[in-house]
Design a binder for this molecule. Sequence first.
Ligand SMILES: *Cc1c(COP(=O)(O)O)cnc(C)c1O
Length: 503
Amino acid sequence: MNIEEISEKLAWLPGPATRFIEKRMKKIPAIKKLLDEENAKTMQVLEHSLKPYAGKYEKYPKLPSSGLSHEKILAEMQSMHDLETVKWREGYVSGGIYHGDQEHINFLNKVYALQSQSNPLHTDLFPSATKFEAEIVSMVATIHGKGTAGHNANVCGTVTSGGTESILVAMKTYRDRARELKGITEPEMILPLTAHVAFDKASQYFNIKQVKIPFTGDYKVDVNLVRKAVNNNTVVIVGSAPSFPHGTIDAIQELSEIALKNGIGFHTDCCLGGFIVPFAEKLGYKVPVVDFRLPGVTSMSVDTHKYGYAAKGTSVVLYRDEELRHFQFYTSTDWPGGLYMSPTLAGSRPGALSAACWAALLSVGEEGYLKATKAIFETADKIRAGIQTIPEIKILGSSFWIFALSSDSLNIYEVLEQMTQRHWSLNGLHKPACFHIALTLRHTQPGVAERFIQDLKDSVAYVKANPGNKDGLAPVYGLAASLPFRGIISDILKKYLDVVYKV
Ligand SMILES: *Cc1c(COP(=O)(O)O)cnc(C)c1O
């Protein structure tokens, strides 16, 4: 019997029973051996794909005894860069690199070089960093309704290192506010099952219980179940605009009204949509309002390093007012190192990334974001129409520019594997089984949409003719989706990270 057969036999067990059995099972030598063997096989596949440079480039497991020349280091890096650029430049990648035009990259690189020594922690040394960050927050807040009505004149925020940090600090903020103002010691957050995994991370890091709410047939969170889940320990409700997996926008207005009525926070996770949704609205597309124009929305996360076209490493977290933002800030009054205050998780921070973000916002401008959104939506129309001509493939939910694809008749992971064989780098998802493509400016280049549809047609035809092909990662996805033992999967993921850090 192999792991897949065992998991099929045990799939009917309830969660706690499964976890109990799993713990016992892992102690049985025969089972442990089986698992170790499966793991070793999986790791071999992974190591091969994670470490393609083994044998091609010299390894440096320890410091060279004397420093290498700049030329040698740069030559090696240039060579890796050249290998790694091809795929995303030509538009084979879902998400990942959101702008990618060489002129834009060159400009950001110049800005980075100018500011590479900057650290916003040292406000006295780098007033430029302070200016850049204050203006980034204000520009992003204005995109999301700052000042459009009396009740949202004071929208404020901070720059963070990415969407995950924006979400982490926002959840910490609600936890601390509820403890301070309401004496809540066992805080809970209510969130869609499809909300980004960063909320799960926040729950683990900050000890906030999660109440996960399933989605309805349209892949939006079930609003009625959210309403029922509110209790005296609820500190925040979360909605995505849109969600990472299926690209659908939750019913933010209704959800935020529930929060408003109950006197609790509401967070719109607009990491993915922050620079698309408001511009799509201006262009006349039928997208819902998801920002501070809704009186119940008290915070948002908006990723400048996605569709804001900044370099990787910046995001913005926004709050309705400064009073709420205070619960995010860290201060120390008694440390022998002096009086200390810091807005976010990190201490010292890369000021150059904020500078590059500021420069990206200024150089693209409102017109640039409108143009980019229009191009992405037009490409999305083409791709949606193309997918609809393939009877074996369906799009999950009603999304705008992110398409999650599944199939009733084929193993969708085998289709994904065929797309990978055709050079695509797409995101495999589960529960339900599907994969997605998040469209970026890279896909608006001539011919890319057509190539995607043709490759998808070819992949579907191949899987139809050759079902059950066990190549690549398809069996891993299949196993991860079906295995009831989540602890075993978690062990595999930790081993994956071990492989990442293997020299
Ligand atoms: C990308 C994303 C995040 C945060 O991801 P980071 O990788 O930390 O920037 C959060 N929510 C959604 C919906 C996202 O797409």
